[in-house]
Every structure is written in C-alpha cells, then in structure tokens.
Design a protein around this ligand. Structure first.
Ligand code: KG4
Ligand code: ZN
Length: 335
C-alpha cells in the first residue's frame, strides 16, 4: 500500500491529509482553521493568513512523520487562491518532494471541491455540479477530472462572500455563512422583500453585489434611530438567505430546462454547500427534474486537504507529475 500526502493552504485553512492510493481511503487528516484570528477583521487578511500557515502547517506535518516511508507522492493546492497563502503550501510541498525524493502534483482547488463528493462514496460522473464557496459561485458540467466546463459563474461577489458581507454589516463576525444561517432559522423571511438578483435577465450568470447593497440599505434604514434588535437581525438574515438561494435555484432551473430532461446527477459542493436551507431547496428542485442529488459530507464542504488528496489520486493515476521548478502558485486560475 502507498500513500499521497496532500497540503491545502489556498485561503484560511491549514490542512494536511494522507490518502491511501489503492483504496482511496483517508488515513490521516487534520485542519487548523484561522476563523477566530480573522473574525475581528470581518474577512480574511492575506498577510496574517500566510503567517498563521507558516506556524500551523509544520505543526501538522510533524504528526505525518510515521507515514513518510510509505509516501509515493506529494500533492498541493497550487491554484486558485490567495497568492501569499498558496505559496506556504507550495514551498512546503517542494521541500518535501526534494528531501523525500518523491514526485509532485499540483492540484486545482476547485477540482478538489468536486472530488470532496467522492470521499465517502465511489466517483460518479458525469454530473452537474454547483460550486458555492467564498471565492466562487459556478455551475459546471463535470464529465471527468480533465473535463469540467463552467456554464455559469458570478460576475461579482460569490454566494459565500455575500453571507460574509451581510454578517459583517450587522457586526456578526466571520465566517458569516454559518452565523447568518443560524439567525435565519429564527427569522421571518417575508419581512423584507429583497430583490432576487437577475430575476428577469435571460443571462446564465450569478450576481450578488446588488442583493448585498439592498441589504446594506435596509440595515441603514432599520438602524437609523436605534441599533438593530436581535429580531431585526434574524429577519434580515432570513429574508436575505431566501433571496440569495432563490437566485441559485432560478438560474440552475433555467439550465435544467435547457439541458436536463431525463434525469441525471446533480451535486452542490464548496463551503456554502453546508447550508441546510440551500440543500433542502435543491433537493426539492432536483426531485421535480428527477435528478439524483449529492452533497459532500458536512465536514468536507469547507476547504480541507482530504478533498485535495482525493483529487490527487486521479492526478497520480494519470501521471500528472510536475517538476519542482515547474510547480507554481496561480492565484487566479479559472477551471
Ligand atoms: O469552500 P470554502 O471553505 O472556501 C473557499 O474556497 O472560498 O468556503 C467558505 C465560504 C465562506 O464564505 C463561508 O461564509 C461560506 O463558505 N459558508 C456558508 C456556510 N458555511 C460556510 N455560507 C452559507 N451558509 C453556510 N452554512
Ligand atoms: Zn474552497
């Protein structure tokens, strides 16, 4: 049996995994999140994130030493992400590959999110995949590891980012997704009539900046005379989450109408796919189109090295090795 060691540091999670190549089994996985450190700023501060990776990654690596003699490759997320944080993982991967004399694999972060679906079940492709994270909102036709076609993407903010910004506007901390989802459960989603983005536009694209501004104006109006009450925050969260999700549903439905008439597979991945309100909405939509719906296990929705390791097995099987000199971090790298 042989293992791949994979490293993820594209944003604010330092994570390393060891995956068995033959069985695709996860042998070791650890992740140190920096949410607390960034929460005072209401978002990720790249320089701080990179300094925290420089401490956390070597600490996790120490725990991987017992597996070193069974390693067959080193994999690392090298695109896309924050330039300074990607570099932390890339430098560590190069040093490991050099000192242990192992081949290197550079893994695209978004492919990692897609393969998070196959951590606890067999790979099942082709599939239509909606990726909703802090950095991306895109609908993709996924045929194989090498054939992933984006059919709609956000022209401005991403879905997860809009949750982060709404939370920040209400002084609720970071990451905003789980906080807004929790508040929304106690709120009245009909109190505020936020516009569903691009509702009348025929374009296959996503947009969240207009909705974010509508929420900003409502928050300003509600807090003109006195601070927002707890109930105000819950109602804003619920009304916002409803409009944000309706936008995903409308555009995906539009795509289904054109492309899917006789069943198939559909999945949602990325940090925001942990949102249960979103999951339920898509389960209903997929039922009416007779599509099977798939989600990644909740603990592997947000960034992690386990999904990078799972994708790395495919890259390993296809011998997609890169030399130490050729491996570079690519901060902006669409699929
Ligand atoms: O995939 P991820 O860990 O990082 C990126 O690749 O961007 O996604 C993080 C994003 C954050 O914007 C976070 O607020 C959002 O996912 N998120 C959520 C939820 N949990 C995390 N958004 C909505 N509802 C959630 N429950
Ligand atoms: Zn991600």
């Amino acid at each position: 049996m042989s293992y791949i060691l994979s490293i993820e540091s594209s944003c604010d999670d330092s994570s390393i995994a060891i995956t068995e190549i033959e069985t695709k089994k996860l042998i070791f996985h650890k992740k140190i999140s920096q949410e607390l450190e960034h929460s005072t700023y209401g978002g990720v501060v790249p320089e701080l994130a990179s300094r925290l990776h420089a401490v956390a990654l070597p600490n996790i690596l120490k725990e991987c030493k017992p597996y070193f003699d069974k390693l067959s490759a080193i994999a690392v997320t090298n695109e896309p992400g924050l330039s300074v944080t990607l570099m932390e993982g890339v430098i560590m991967a190069k040093a490991l590959a050099m000192s242990l004399d192992l081949p290197l694999l550079g893994i695209h972060h978004l492919k990692g999110h897609v393969y998070s679906l196959f951590l606890e079940q067999e790979a099942l492709l082709p599939m239509t995949v909606l990726l909703i994270s802090g950095g991306h909102t895109q609908l993709m036709e996924v045929k194989s590891f090498d054939e992933m076609k984006v059919v709609a993407a956000s022209s401005d903010d991403s879905f997860g980012e809009s949750f982060d910004k709404v939370a920040k506007m209400m002084g609720l901390g970071y990451p905003g997704g789980p906080i807004v989802e929790a508040l929304a459960k106690k709120g009245d989603d009909k109190r505020f009539n936020f516009p569903i983005p691009l509702a009348k536009s025929p374009r296959m694209e996503f947009s969240y900046s207009g909705l974010k501004n509508a929420v900003r104006l409502e928050i300003q109006a509600c807090s003109k005379d006195e601070a927002l009450s707890e109930q105000d925050k819950c109602d804003i969260a619920a009304s916002f989450q409803k409009a944000a999700t309706a936008h995903l549903i409308q555009k995906t439905k539009k795509y289904f109408k054109i492309s899917y008439k006789n069943g198939g597979n559909f999945a949602i991945v990325g940090g925001a796919s942990a949102n249960l309100y979103v999951r339920e909405a898509f389960e209903d939509l997929c039922k009416s189109y007779k599509l099977k719906t798939f989600f990644a296990p909740l603990e592997y929705c947000s960034d992690n090295a386990a999904m990078i390791g799972r994708a790395a097995i495919v890259a390993f099987e296809n011998k997609k090795f890169v030399s130490i000199d050729a491996l570079k971090a690519h901060p902006k790298s669409p699929l």
